[in-house]
Write a protein that binds this ligand. Structure first.
Ligand code: GCO
Length: 254
């Protein structure tokens, strides 16, 4: 019985995929044969990334929308359904972070981070699940974080949203599993993305990450992509409700 990691014939929507982890996941899924809908709020960025994938001989389309605006993404998904059908794979990757000491952490910032990192994932999953249930096959992959397992100062909204996202993953896994739809999470550790540029530029924080990570370095975005492809593939058909940590061993260490 050969392991099937290919995604041929699948339509994958990856939110926040014009850069960082989302782009690495979109590239990897396209290379595995998926038709990939590249998403961000910026139409030009999506178009530019579709050009890169098309130039590599892959199937891709731009699907710009704001994942926090229900009408916006409903219209985009209706357009997608018209032209290409409903997504077989949804990667809830779009996310935000706000860092401030508790006493200075504003309510508006709290709500913004919860809205994009958790509420948008619920609303998009609810929207896309209908088509997956109809087909009797689907993959929802939530990009959580090791901040779903631990916490650190100054990021209460991010930590809470990522803990919540793993809870949402389990809730949807049990509700959608009977319909052939699996729902899993990835818990990335500290990766070299735009979200972390200022952390990487801080010599003290950089040294702390390298010191606390058994592999001694930050992760590269493409190093998360393989786990996403696995969860999206038929090789992971019996993986449901799981949260796979990809952190170089950081949370395994004392
Ligand atoms: C931070 C970082 C982390 C990482 C990542 C860890 O401020 O602590 O941004 O949260 O980005 O999410 O999984």
């Amino acid at each position: 019985m050969s392991m099937d990691f290919r995604l041929d014939g699948r339509l994958a929507l990856v939110t926040g995929s014009s850069r960082g982890l989302g782009w690495a996941i979109a590239e990897a899924m396209a290379a595995q044969g998926a038709r990939v809908a590249v998403n961000s709020r910026n139409a030009e960025d999506c178009a530019a990334k579709v050009e890169v994938l098309s130039a590599a001989g892959h199937q891709a389309l731009a699907l710009p929308f704001d994942a926090t605006e229900t009408e916006n993404f409903q219209a985009a998904l209706a357009q997608l359904a018209e032209a290409h059908g409903t997504p077989d794979i949804l990667v809830n990757n779009a996310g935000a972070i706000h860092r401030a000491p508790l006493a200075e952490f504003g309510e508006a910032e709290w709500r913004r981070v919860i809205d994009i990192n958790l509420t948008a994932c619920f609303l998009l999953s609810r929207q896309v699940a209908a088509g997956m249930v109809e087909k009797g096959w689907g993959r929802i992959i939530n990009i959580a974080s090791i901040m779903a397992q631990v916490g650190r100062p100054t990021i209460p909204a991010y930590v809470s949203s990522k803990h919540g996202l793993v809870g949402l993953t389990k809730a949807l896994a049990v509700e959608l599993g009977p319909h052939g739809v699996t729902v899993n999470a990835l818990n990335p550790g500290f990766f070299g993305t735009e979200l972390n540029l200022n952390l990487m530029a801080d010599p003290e924080f950089d040294a702390m990450i390298r010191g606390r990570t058994p592999l001694g370095r930050w992760g590269e975005p493409h190093e998360l992509a393989g786990a996403a492809v696995f969860l999206a593939s038929d090789a992971a058909a019996y993986v449901n409700g799981a949260a796979l940590t990809v952190d170089g061993g950081m949370t395994a260490a004392m």
